[in-house]
Design a protein around this ligand. Structure first.
Ligand code: HEM
Length: 366
């Protein structure tokens, strides 16, 4: 299984490929003051460093409870795990003396029109995203981080998700049956990441944000019973892509450009189609692109006996207003809104990476 290097200018989970299993945990800090928060962040860093590297857990002696749950056996496998730590606006409310170093665009997530947000599953002081090749590696990671930090933070909300294998090829599909992630920005293009993903310290931002990134999370329920009764033509018109291949309706293969200039009136790809509204590809909208990382979720059933399924939409942004918020506002009245219902999420700032064994996530804030 893969192993992602923990140390670096950026946290590994931002640019790593989407893996099969994820768990997002929002937490509130119960540790007291700057000293308490420092200790908490150091513990999270140390635990994440061990889990993502793998190896034999520490021996605590035969009378103590084992230092590891044993869920992965005697030797902890890295298993393609990344643990990504992000902070919410409420962390900067004064409890920890951090008000003056808040990332300038960080704030609680607003209600957009057509949202049905349950505030119990929004926001939070911290967001931890575990992501790995297998469910047991994710669950083990969640258990170990929570047990090491029990005195310093408590769970606020949690949502687990998964990504599907290619069916039959190309980008994984979401639970509406469409390939999701096709037109994403190229995470291997470092220059592009500098323009669209990484925040930069300077006049607009405190110096410490350099190498971090704004993270938008939207837990979006899909009304799947309703969706499955819509004809395929209409489904394709809503997205602007073919369901089978993922190709734009102006083309025939998945990764083709939609060429809106050849379809100015929307005869092939409606002007209201999701992809066309999200990214009209007109001059001046290039810097609104973001790094999307989508996961499916299955939450069982709701109180009415309907399936609770949907998308955990996550996106990394250099500037959450210029990118996510601008695009989300344009999508407010897209035809797809009849089939989806955003229920939770939040805005966070993914911290810069830990540089080496003596560094810890969030050190620059203090
Ligand atoms: C593209 C589905 C929510 C932004 C797409 C595509 C699909 C899709 C199937 C085409 C394939 C691709 O390029 O990835 C969905 C579903 C959603 C959802 C089912 C909700 C349940 C959102 C939200 C945003 C967003 C909340 C941002 C506010 C985008 C962008 C693209 C895209 C920027 C790429 C457009 C392009 O560059 O051509 N989405 N999406 N989507 N979506 Fe969404």
């Amino acid at each position: 299984a893969a192993r992602y290097e923990f140390h670096g200018a950026h946290q590994a989970g931002v640019l790593a490929p989407v893996r099969r299993s994820t768990s997002l945990l929002a937490l509130d800090v119960t540790a007291q003051g700057a000293a308490g928060l420092t200790e908490l962040l150091q513990t999270i860093t140390d635990t994440a460093r061990f889990l993502t590297t793998g190896g034999a857990p520490r021996e605590l002696g035969i009378t103590a409870p084992p230092s590891d749950s044993g869920v992965l056996g005697p030797e902890v496998t890295a298993g393609g795990l990344t643990v990504t730590l992000a902070v919410g606006a409420s962390l900067f409310d004064g409890r920890f003396g951090l008000a003056s170093v808040k990332p300038s665009k960080l704030r609680p997530m607003e209600d957009f029109p057509n949202d049905a947000l349950d505030r119990a599953i929004c926001d939070g002081d911290l967001l931890l995203q575990f992501e790995a090749d297998d469910n047991d590696v994710v669950i083990h990671g969640v258990r170990e981080v929570l047990r090491a930090t029990r005195a310093g933070m408590q769970l606020r909300w949690r949502r687990d998700g998964f990504s599907s294998p290619p069916r039959p090829s190309g980008t994984p599909r979401n639970l509406m049956g469409f390939k999701d992630g096709t037109a994403n920005i190229d995470r291997t293009d470092a220059k592009l990441m500098d323009q669209l993903v990484w925040a930069h310290g300077g006049q607009a931002e405190p110096a410490w944000v350099e190498g971090g990134s704004y993270l938008a999370v939207r837990v979006i329920r899909m009304l799947v019973e309703f969706w499955d009764r819509v004809g395929i033509e209409e489904q394709q018109q809503m997205f602007g892509r073919y369901k089978g291949s993922g190709a734009p309706l102006t083309g025939s293969s998945e990764f083709e450009d939609p060429h809106y200039e050849r379809d100015p009136n929307g005869d092939s790809i409606p002007l209201s189609a999701h992809i066309r509204v999200a990214n009209p590809r007109t001059p001046g909208t290039e810097n609104q692109r973001m790094l999307r990382r989508a996961f499916n979720y299955d939450g069982g059933i709701d109180a009415n006996g309907n399936l609770d399924q949907g998308l955990i939409f996550t996106a990394f942004n250099q500037d959450i207003e210029r990118q996510f918020v601008t695009v989300q506002k344009r999508l407010i009245d897209e035809p797809l809104v009849d089939y989806i219902s955003p229920v939770g999420g939040g805005y966070y700032f993914a911290l810069p990476g830990a540089r080496d064994a003596s560094d810890w996530l969030g050190k620059g804030m203090f």
